[in-house]
Write a protein that binds this ligand. Structure first.
Ligand code: AMP
Length: 171
């Protein structure tokens, strides 16, 4: 099964010059999606996670079924203002402006092994900020993983944790 056959590249979304990799078609194809989750399970299991953390929003789609499959807990890393109760946040710089990710203060127990998941790594800024956030609440980030990696942006180089991906685009 070639998972690339189930991912659409949509030009000029959300702005001109960006080729957006749309996983809707992968999610809509049960056999392909099951294959993707199984392959991720094989890749992530050796890091022996206690908890998988998914990054809003498509990271939830990846992390939640994988957590069930691996028998792990699942926690959410969300955009500012979305989570109830006490939260901890981490702000990070974008090309223009800044953004902020948050997690519930009690989502992670000290020393728990976390694997972070998102659908795609581009520059790596989102994963980097999420790694910093999880460390702030006392978690150990054992690894990060994505379905898709845009290798030409070298996002993995800035992560400081092991990184895994299933599907790579070289340009
Ligand atoms: P970055 O922080 O630059 O690694 O960007 C990764 C985040 O932006 C992920 O949450 C992706 O869902 C989203 N993203 C960035 N570039 C793309 C792209 N070309 N296609 C789909 N999603 C993207």
């Amino acid at each position: 099964m070639n998972l690339k056959d189930h991912i659409r590249g949509i030009p000029d979304f959300p702005k001109p010059g960006i080729l957006f990799y749309d996983i809707s078609t992968l999610l809509a194809h049960p056999a392909a999606w099951q294959t993707a989750v199984e392959r991720l399970a094989d890749t992530v299991a050796p890091y022996r996670p206690d908890v998988l953390a998914g990054i809003e929003a498509r990271g939830f789609l990846v992390a939640a079924p994988l957590a069930l499959r691996l028998g792990c807990g699942f926690v959410m890393v969300r955009k500012q203002g979305k989570l109830p109760g006490e939260t901890v946040g981490h702000s990070y710089d974008l090309e223009y402006g800044s953004d902020r990710v948050e997690i519930q203060a009690d989502a992670v127990a000290p020393g728990q092994r976390i694997v972070l998941l998102d659908d795609l790594i581009a520059t790596g800024g989102t994963l980097r900020a999420s790694i910093d956030l999880i460390r702030k609440v006392g978690g150990t980030v054992a690894a990060a993983a994505c379905l898709i990696e845009l290798t030409f942006l070298n996002g993995r180089d800035g992560l400081e944790v092991p990184f895994e991906s299933l599907i790579r685009y070289e340009d």
